[in-house]
Design a protein around this ligand. Structure first.
Ligand SMILES: Nc1ncnc2c1ncn2[C@@H]1O[C@H](COP(=O)(O)OP(=O)(O)OP(=O)(O)O)[C@@H](O)[C@H]1O
Length: 359
């Protein structure tokens, strides 16, 4: 007992006391059996042993500490400290708050094809699965319904709707209505209208999950010449708040098309190159609109692509907020595209730094 207290006191003074405390906690749950020279060894053709020495003086002077535990004769544990990054929770949550103040919130996942955009935004949800791994769809929806319980929100008498559509080859298709092709028009008040977009009222997380499952199936159906349709289109899920039938606020969650599409012109056929060029154009337009929003510019170049056109209301209004999640592969083969994704994300981030420096 005294020894444990001494260890805890030493750990609290140590620069990596957090890691030491985790190791101690882990070891306290282990069923350790003291090693004894008398325990007989099993005879084997090949025998490999591990020898662990105590921390030496030099290691102790460098404030190092013991990360190797031997719980028993046949096991060696090495406790490696890793940084856990939970970007999803911390990045999406503040945006939810803004929609209850009547603002538009938009969250994008961008990156190379297969780098985890859908995994991040959608997670692995299933209504049969009682604990779906949480992507943004689930987290944002949970937060919205939780916030709606507050008395301040109840007074607003808001109703929640879901819409799900994709943009493929500069055309809008309704994912909740059999991929119906929808026209995008600008009315006399310069409001952009996606004509006939299906908006379904939802009252629970399960309702939203059902919508997303329906829309996702529709999104991944259909193929282009070389790639699945979904990789080449932007998927947009919207949680819409309405007050007495009128739009109050919107949260758009966007799974962008892969940003490397059509990059290798030498191997792409004409159709692939054209599709790739359209995606490139829309991603460029998106970056320019977000930068204009961050700089409070009066002019936002939203007409430059269908993507930015349908998201026009996300780029106007003082309190509009956007959040971009860049997804990357760790492998060397993807280095070029990883750098491209990070450069793209950084170009958006730069404007925040500039604004702060203007103070
Ligand atoms: N962080 C992660 N942990 C575990 N698996 C992951 C992770 N990110 C991605 N994956 C897996 O990698 C595969 C590709 O991911 P995903 O479909 O999300 O990529 P994507 O960027 O949306 O691709 P596309 O551009 O083709 O739509 C999936 O099987 C997914 O489950």
């Amino acid at each position: 007992m005294q020894e444990q207290q001494d260890q805890q006191a030493t750990a609290s003074l140590h620069p990596r006391s957090d890691v030491m405390a985790m190791i101690q906690k882990c070891c306290s749950h282990l069923d350790c059996e003291a090693l004894q020279a008398t325990i007989p060894c099993q005879p084997h053709h090949i025998c490999v042993c591990v020898q662990k020495q105590p921390l030496n003086q030099q290691e102790a002077e460098l404030n190092d500490f013991d990360v190797v535990t031997v719980p028993g004769q046949d096991m060696v544990m090495v406790h490696e400290a890793k940084q856990k990054l939970d970007l999803t929770w911390h990045t999406a949550q503040p945006l939810v708050e803004t929609i209850f103040q009547g603002s538009m919130a938009t969250c994008f996942a961008c990156g190379q094809r297969g780098s985890g955009k859908t995994h991040t935004i959608r997670g692995s949800l299933s209504i049969k699965n009682s604990e779906p791994s949480e992507g943004f769809y689930v987290m944002v929806t949970e937060d919205v319904f939780c916030r709606l319980q507050d008395s301040s929100c109840q007074k607003l008498e808001l109703r929640v709707y879901g819409a799900f559509f994709e943009i493929y080859e500069s055309k809008v298709f309704d994912l909740l209505n059999w991929k119906k092709w929808l026209r995008v028009l600008e009315d006399c008040k310069q409001q952009i209208q996606v004509m006939g977009l299906w908006e379904e009222e939802v009252t629970s997380l399960q309702d939203v999950i059902k919508l997303i499952e329906t829309g996702s199936k529709c999104h991944t159906s259909g193929k282009t010449s070389a790639n699945t349709h979904s990789s080449w289109s932007h998927a947009i899920f919207q949680i819409i708040l309405k007050k007495r039938g009128h739009l109050y606020a919107k949260f758009s969650l966007i799974d962008l098309a892969g940003n490397e599409q059509g990059a290798d012109i030498s191997t792409a056929d004409r159709q692939t190159s054209l599709e790739g060029a359209k995606i490139k154009k829309s991603l460029l337009a998106l970056k320019n609109c977000i930068r204009a929003l961050g700089r409070n510019r009066s002019h936002t170049p939203f007409r430059a692509s269908k993507l930015t056109q349908v998201l026009r209301d996300s780029f106007i209004g003082e309190n509009s907020c956007t959040c971009t999640i860049a997804t990357v592969f760790p492998g060397m083969r993807s280095c070029k595209h990883t750098l491209k994704t990070l450069w793209y994300a950084n170009r958006m981030k730069e404007l925040v730094v500039n604004l702060n420096s203007l103070g």
